[in-house]
Design a protein around this ligand. Structure first.
Ligand code: SAH
Ligand code: SF4
Length: 347
């Protein structure tokens, strides 16, 4: 069996097969994308789930070399939302029908366990039927447990790369792939719906590292997978590195849809930032989630993870009605429910 046949027969991929799938993109992409489309349709129909993304802090103690919010970037504008800012944004989102709030931010020690417990439990008490997703970087097992007990349902923590030396290229010491993977295992063990994923085209990435990413996703089987292109960020060590490839990103999203047919997969803002048509293209093939921006408008430009981050109407909560129309024109239906992972395992 070649790698395409192995994948379509739902057999586990070897490293060699995963590499072959990447190398033969030009030859196989139409078939892979068609297969991913059929699987998305089978499991989720035409539904696109909506999450309200609240970027709670642009302070970060980490120094990831690709990210505009890294600690060493003196030129980054820093802000953090107060509790009442967060409640205000959640109220606005709730009134528009949002039933998942994603609290994302740099690793900001201001957001201690106590503060987050308070925020999460207040949001849960006010909106019991809404889901809370956190995306706040690495935290200790004790902390993750406290936040889970306070009511957090899901956690997004991209693994970024499954190759140790590539991980070290992207992250200075003391960050390690081991810590990242331990954190992901802890999240799963605590019963979070867990998201992993990587950037496409990050400096130092290769066919081998991407193949390892696919194998990691295959074995970890996360409920959510975030994959977007790398986009250069000014005032970072990789500020001159080329941006990732949109078509390769779309192809990888389709591979992941086939590997993990029930996964919740967002069409990322990074993808739309590089190509306006890519959001719809990804939703028509593999993706089934959108995360419009619900950060207070005055702070949106300061959450500058990468250059020229797209902030159009369709990327923002204010554009929800337009987004609904755009999706409908393509036969897709915006679904306002919580949009939980369906099933007990990802097969
Ligand atoms: N601090 C948290 C969440 C915010 S960063 C964390 O790191 O998990 C969220 C994601 O943005 C990261 O996981 C990374 O994959 C992505 N990101 C960071 N810099 C980027 C860049 N230059 N281009 C594209 N994506 C980037
Ligand atoms: Fe901080 Fe996340 Fe950026 Fe790394 S990717 S510097 S942890 S905000």
């Amino acid at each position: 069996m070649n790698a395409l046949e192995t994948l379509l027969a739902a057999q586990p991929l070897t490293l060699g097969a995963a590499m072959e799938l990447i190398i033969r993109q030009a030859e196989w992409q139409d078939e892979i994308i068609a297969h991913a489309t059929a699987l998305r349709q089978r499991h989720y129909g035409n539904k696109v789930y909506i999450r309200g993304l609240i970027e709670i802090s642009s302070y970060c103690r980490k120094d990831c070399r690709y990210c505009g919010l890294r600690r060493s970037n003196d030129r980054a504008s820093r802000y953090r939302l107060s509790r009442s800012d967060i409640y205000q944004q959640a109220k606005q989102g709730y009134e528009l029908g949002i039933r998942t709030f994603v609290l994302q931010g740099g690793e900001d020690s201001y957001f201690s366990d106590e503060r987050l417990e308070d925020i999460i439990s207040t949001l849960k008490a006010t909106y019991p039927e809404a889901a809370i997703t956190l995306s706040l970087g690495e935290r200790s097992a004790v902390s993750l447990k406290r936040l889970r007990l306070a009511g957090a349902d899901r956690y997004l923590l991209r693994h970024e790369t499954a190759d140790e030396s590539h991980y070290e290229t992207l992250h200075p010491k003391p960050m390690t792939l081991r810590t990242r993977l331990d954190c992901l295992q802890t999240l799963k063990a605590l019963g979070y719906q867990t998201g992993a994923g990587m950037m496409v085209g990050s400096p130092g990435q290769s066919v081998t590292t991407l193949a390892k990413d696919l194998l990691l996703l295959q074995s970890l089987s996360p409920e959510m997978v975030g994959i977007g292109p790398y986009i250069h960020a000014e005032d970072t060590p990789f500020g001159d590195a080329p941006d990732g490839d949109v078509d390769l990103t779309l192809y990888l999203l389709s591979l992941v849809r086939i590997l993990l047919p029930r996964a919740l997969i967002p069409a990322t803002t990074a993808l739309s930032t590089l190509d306006e048509t890519a959001r719809i293209r990804s939703l028509l093939s593999s993706a089934n989630v959108l995360m419009p921006n619900l950060t207070p408008p005055m702070h949106r430009a300061d959450y500058a993870i990468y250059a020229d981050k797209k902030a159009t109407n369709l990327e923002s909560i204010e554009g929800l009605a337009d987004l609904k129309d755009q999706l409908a024109r393509h036969g897709l239906q915006l679904d306002m429910s919580r949009g939980d992972f369906k099933g007990s395992s990802n097969v």
